[in-house]
Design a protein around this ligand. Structure first.
Ligand SMILES: C[S@@+](CC[C@H](N)C(=O)[O-])C[C@H]1O[C@@H](n2cnc3c(N)ncnc32)[C@H](O)[C@@H]1O
Length: 289
């Protein structure tokens, strides 16, 4: 892994540590104010699905510390920090940290920190009741980085804390592969589908009327899913992570991540990893999204 780090630092001397998956889309182009507002509104909607039910169903959330790994420009922190005691966002990119600091300037309960991309060294042991990471682990280029972070999450997670981390499934990279599709997600869409695709879906649904709508079937695929932020990183089988978490006397489970990109919505290609020190700490609503 050291080799990989040195190579990336050479390629991108601006940042202390960058990932191959981010090479092409290292910084986002600045958006016009109107677009920026639209994006903020979209993030608010995401927040209401992915985070708010979890926060509100956690006991004493007002006194809780919240850590976000890969906070980007801090838009989730903007909404999260209204509910909890203290929010920390960490990210490897200086440009993200600067934007997040700008956005959260007036929030006295927020800190945004540049990290080394590998560890949570600035965070105290057992200090975080909430740990969240969205669209970030899916870019991490090797298994060892993901496992290293999981160990760090176990170190900083409070005894009553819960982590919700989005992970990449095996189906995203280019190349012949099998993907799993739920019949119920195959409804033809007049606007988005080409005529052929629309017809295929319609026929398919008719033929398969004898199976339940949550029937999952394999399809053969060649092209990679589109990712506007860069490319997809390493796939690590969730059972490896669960094993690591269990070895550390903690609880983990993996759920499909449906909300968001079409890749996540239609296939079992993106997961939520839920980690808790005790199973009882895991509120039901952490499972949404
Ligand atoms: C696609 S953006 C998502 C940002 C934010 N979570 C959101 O959903 O709006 C991924 C972010 O993760 C950061 N990132 C990538 N690898 C990271 C790592 N190893 N440690 C910390 N941050 C990382 C990137 O710099 C980037 O800001």
């Amino acid at each position: 892994m050291q080799e990989h780090i040195n190579k990336d630092v050479e390629d991108h001397p601006v940042d202390p540590y960058l990932y191959s998956c981010f090479k092409e889309k290292l910084t986002l182009p600045p958006l016009p104010a109107e677009e920026e507002q639209k994006l903020l509104k979209q993030i608010e909607k995401n927040f209401r699905v992915l985070l708010l039910p979890w926060i509100l169903t956690t006991t004493n959330y007002e006194d809780a510390n919240f850590l976000e790994i890969g906070c980007g420009d801090g838009k989730y922190g903007y909404y999260i920090s209204e509910y909890i005691k203290h929010y920390i966002g960490i990210d490897i990119r200086k440009v993200s940290i600067q934007s997040a600091q700008d956005l959260l300037r007036d929030r006295s309960n927020c800190s945004v920190l540049l990290n080394d991309g590998l560890s949570l060294e600035k965070i105290k042991d057992k200090s975080q009741q909430f740990i969240f990471s969205y669209q970030t682990f899916i870019h991490m280029p090797d298994e060892s980085i993901i496992l290293g972070y999981i160990k760090e999450i176990l170190r900083v997670l409070a005894e009553d804390g819960v982590a919700k981390i989005q992970l990449l499934g095996p189906f995203h990279k280019k190349g012949y592969r099998i993907e799993w599709i739920k019949l119920g997600t195959l409804f033809p869409n007049n606007e988005a589908d080409s005529k052929v695709k629309w017809l295929v879906k319609k026929v398919f649904l008719k033929i398969l009327r004898f199976v339940p709508m949550d029937f999952i079937f394999p399809i053969f695929r060649k092209n990679a899913h589109h990712n506007p932020w860069g490319s997809f990183g390493a796939f690590i089988h969730p059972s490896k992570i669960i094993e690591l978490v269990n070895e550390n006397d903690s609880y983990a489970e993996v759920l499909p991540s449906f909300y968001g990109s079409s890749a996540g919505a239609n296939t079992y290609g993106i997961y939520w990893l839920i980690i808790a020190k005790k199973e009882a700490a895991r509120p039901f609503f952490v499972t949404l999204g």
